[in-house]
Design a protein around this ligand. Structure first.
Ligand code: T46
Length: 377
């Protein structure tokens, strides 16, 4: 409830008011159609029942948070959620009436009819209201975007979106971070807050930057699917990063470099491998990956990594144990050993699977554009 009020206060309140109006209208219809003709039941008694119905409805709305994603719920989810809401309200009202011994003063049939009309009316009115809100949002060009990224990639992700004139309405970082604002964009404290922000800010696309799609929270992808919000993974093809390195006063102590999952590596590490006992001039690689994300580093020696995105080639020299190269799928790569004995280490997101390799250059070219921007849902 806190999140709904924070991100969509007036929209949220408008849905509560609409619901109550529907409930009152449904009771009026039920009274007109049925109760008026039943002489044994007093109208005053029924007014008390309507007041209880309104109170119970508000209590149920708050306690089961039944309006949490109302703005973006799909048709079947809306029906299910409203059925649940009305089911709970009916049970709570019956229990209340029983406890207050109001049995004689109201007609059960009228109450049942009122709830049936309430169900139909609320679904109808909500659909119309959502349509109006959506139309207004589109007219004002307020369809919003949201960014999910890691601490390390946040600024870069925002800059990348800026290039396409996109300014996200909020940011969710993969791992909880101390920052609650990045470049005056509010950072969601957790997934629930992010989902509420996506829903109530009428976000139509969540951009995922610098994170392998394996790491998108399941609850987020489920909610986005439900809300018909697109998730787009933007692969920054590759990036040379500084590995955390400890240096010592005494030279003979050497250097110690390290990487930490999630903090430095934007994908789950499922495999590590290393290539040793090599001769200068060795060429390896000549393939691309369909899914595998990697962190390459060279703890000893000098190795050129030649990357080809189908349009242009870039060569990056790995010759510093304190540097690593994050490499996303979809790039053709060759490695050239510049010094004998150079060691190449790789941390990879996938288990070894020969089917996941593209080893034919023409096939690689044909696949370009398809695996560059991976639409999850
Ligand atoms: C990459 C570059 C940087 C396995 O059985 N399991 C493994 O995990 C790996 C990596 C390889 N293999 C077998 C498959 C081949 O029969 O080892 C043999 C050599 O592999 P490949 O020719 O793919 O090696 P490189 O040096 O061309 O490529 C390797 C990685 O395969 C690749 O993912 O990006 O290093």
């Amino acid at each position: 409830m806190k999140n709904q009020l924070r991100f969509g206060k007036w929209k949220f309140i408008s849905f509560i008011i609409l619901d109550l109006l529907c409930l009152i209208a449904a009771n009026c219809i039920a009274v007109l159609l049925y109760l008026k003709n039943v002489s044994s039941v007093s109208m005053t008694g029924y007014y008390r029942v309507v007041i209880m119905m309104v109170a119970v409805d508000l209590a149920v709305t708050v306690s089961i948070n039944s309006l949490d994603l109302v703005l973006r719920r799909g048709k079947s989810n809306e029906l299910l959620s409203e059925l649940k809401h009305i089911g709970f309200s009916f049970l709570a009202l019956s229990a209340g009436l029983f406890a207050l011994k109001q049995g004689r003063d109201y007609s059960r049939i009228t109450v049942l009819m009122a709830y049936l009309f309430y169900f139909l009316l609320s679904i109808l009115i909500r659909t119309v209201w959502k349509h109006i809100l959506q139309k207004t949002a589109k007219k004002n060009g307020t369809a919003q975007k949201f960014l999910m990224t890691t601490d390390a990639f946040a600024e870069e992700g925002i800059a990348e979106l800026k290039k396409s004139d996109i300014r996200p309405v909020g940011v969710l970082l993969l791992k909880n971070s101390d920052r609650d604002i990045i470049e005056d964009l509010s950072v969601s404290a957790d997934i629930d807050e992010a989902i509420a922000s996506i829903c109530w800010n009428w976000v139509d696309c969540v951009y995922v930057y610098g994170i392998d799609y394996h790491l998108i929270h399941q609850s987020l992808s489920k909610a986005c699917k439900e809300m018909n919000v697109e998730i787009k993974v933007i692969f920054s093809d590759f990036k040379v990063i500084d590995l955390k390195t400890t240096r010592y006063e005494e030279k003979e102590y050497g250097r110690l470099s390290f990487v930490e999952g999630k903090r430095d590596i934007p994908f789950p590490v499922r495999r590590a491998y290393w290539i040793t006992e090599t001769e200068a001039g060795l060429h390896r690689g000549f393939h691309a990956h369909k899914l595998n994300c990697q962190l390459l580093f060279c703890p000893y020696g000098k190795i050129d990594i030649i990357l080809d995105n189908g349009k242009e080639k870039t060569t990056v020299c790995l010759n510093d144990p304190g540097k690593g190269m994050l490499l996303m799928p979809g790039l053709w790569r060759e490695m050239v050993w510049k010094e004998t004995g150079s060691v190449l280490c790789v941390l990879a997101s996938e288990y070894y699977d020969p089917q996941e390799y593209i080893r034919d250059y023409d096939e690689f070219l044909a696949s370009k554009g398809v695996i560059d921007e991976h639409t999850v849902c």
